[in-house]
Ligand binder design. Sequence first.
Ligand code: ADP
Ligand code: MG
Length: 240
Amino acid sequence: QDNVKKFRKRHRIRVYGTDIPNPFHSFSDLHNIYEFQPYLCKNLDSAGYKQPTPIQMQAIPIILHGRDVMAMAPTGSGKTLAYILPILHDLNSHKKIGYRALIISPTRELAKQIYIEFKKMCVGKKFKICLLTKATAATQAQDPHLKQKFDILISTPLRLVHAISQDNIDLKNVQHLVLDEADKLLELGFLDQTDEIFAACSNIKLQKYLFSATLPSGVESLANNFMKDPIRIVVGLKNA
Ligand code: ADP
Ligand code: MG
């Protein structure tokens, strides 16, 4: 445990909560300890990702252990991959039961980037990922079978709430819910959309993750209101 403390300190990782899983050290640990499938390791390699970033080291094991996470790390520190990897590992492979992971992103541009990063990590697997837009929402409205086709959904809050209200989207099998760039989500008025979205994600096995670059009080209360015994991670110098 002393070594773990030193390791966290060296990487400027601070953690708060109960029964906190240890950080992992290198991407090969994901294969050796967590039995990640070879395709994931291959795709990490192809992307040129050699070493995990601190937020990845600490957030990934926590998600893999089934816990809720509230993660704070500076812009550019690799938060996207910190949830993509454990989600793909847990989903295991494509299933025809509908969305099992939902990523909420503040803007269309960021949502698109998340989509591209997912695609990059999925090479060699048959996962189906939907980036919800006016066009893809309309297609799914026309063909009810499409609802079962996708594993992962990425959307902005308003687009998602609209699809839910039109009954175009089924979120009852969602097991992983990510609020990405939560500080920005709140700035854009996300609290007005939370009720509909959380109500639609009715699976009792739902895990929730909140990622943010900063920690305004709104993010803290969002975590307190919606998460179950979350582990908090703070990476970097802020509030040191
Ligand atoms: P954040 O969401 O924290 O602002 P991103 O997830 O957008 O950061 O990542 C920033 C950049 O770092 C991206 O270009 C991404 O491809 C790259 N990146 C992520 N993880 C790693 C890693 N382990 N090694 C090298 N580059 C990485
Ligand atoms: Mg980000």
